[in-house]
Ligand binder design. Structure first.
Ligand SMILES: O=C(O)CCC(=O)C(=O)O
Length: 260
């Protein structure tokens, strides 16, 4: 996968690459930054389930229950707030969206050993309340084919694709695509368009594959982060869970994790 390093928001080549392919891989953190990020993610993972408004989700693995996702942590973690909601990340998101962007939501996907993967999907159907948005994967650990890195389809972000009943990409469309594995080194960021098809396999290694996934929307649409989490919690509370019985972490049925 082509790498564009030392990305700056006025880097026209990087923005062009994103517009053409629907993704761009850039360097974000040096070794010291990665070490600090790991300590921050460890802190979030250690927070109790019910002592704040953050959200933890768990999945069953062959080694027992494991944390698979945390969300809504930037209000409670100054370091992660400053990384994701200010500075370079927001500047890059703004360059890719084409106008000033603001943090819409954030999550950690832990993908611990034995953790499940994600069915092929586009993000756009999971965020029905915003029109213009971009997401990225900030690798906390090296993401590899063995531990379930993302796979993407290049140049397929023009439209929302036909979906199955769970909001994931219809099987016949999935089969028609050329999927490319996207290994990402710790400290790198893979930015991807809200309609870039992506999926990932399970973690069949003995080490964690943790990653941050912030999503940004065009500020012109509003600073909607609080609204997003309120609406998501209301929908989760009103729903009966997923028809297929797997763990519900999203407004679409992309996660393949088994319930605890
Ligand atoms: O973390 C992964 O492997 C995939 C994550 C993903 O696509 C998602 O959370 O929507």
């Amino acid at each position: 996968m082509a790498e564009i390093t030392a990305f700056t928001p006025d880097d026209a080549a990087a923005v062009d690459h994103f517009r053409t392919h629907g993704w761009v891989l850039v360097d974000t953190l040096d070794d010291a930054g990665v070490a600090e990020l790991r300590s921050w993610v460890d802190e979030v993972a250690s927070w109790p389930d019910h002592d704040g408004d953050w959200l933890h989700y768990r999945e069953m693995t062959d080694d027992g229950p494991k944390l698979c996702r945390s969300e809504n942590f930037t209000p409670f973690h100054p370091g992660l707030r400053s990384l994701l909601a200010q500075g370079q990340m927001v500047d890059v998101a703004s360059a890719l969206v084409g106008e000033q962007a603001v943090l819409y939501k954030e999550k950690v996907n832990y993908k611990l050993p034995g953790g499940a993967g994600y069915a092929p999907h586009q993000d756009a159907p999971a965020y029905p309340f915003i029109a213009s948005h971009v997401s990225c994967m900030v690798a906390v650990d090296d993401a590899t084919v063995e531990n379930g890195c993302l796979e993407v389809v290049s140049g397929a972000h023009a439209e929302v694709l036909p979906m199955d009943a769970g909001g994931c990409i219809a099987p016949e469309v999935v089969e028609s695509f050329e999927w490319v594995a996207a290994p990402v080194r710790a400290g790198q960021t893979l930015w991807f368009h809200s309609r870039t098809p992506h999926r990932s396999g399970p973690n069949s290694s003995a080490r964690a594959r943790r990653a941050l996934y912030p999503t940004y929307n065009a500020l012109a649409e509003g600073d909607l982060r609080d609204d997003y989490y309120r609406e998501k919690l209301e929908r989760f509370a009103a729903g009966d869970g997923r028809a297929d019985g797997l763990v519900q972490v999203s407004l679409i049925d992309d996660f393949q994790g088994r319930p605890v």
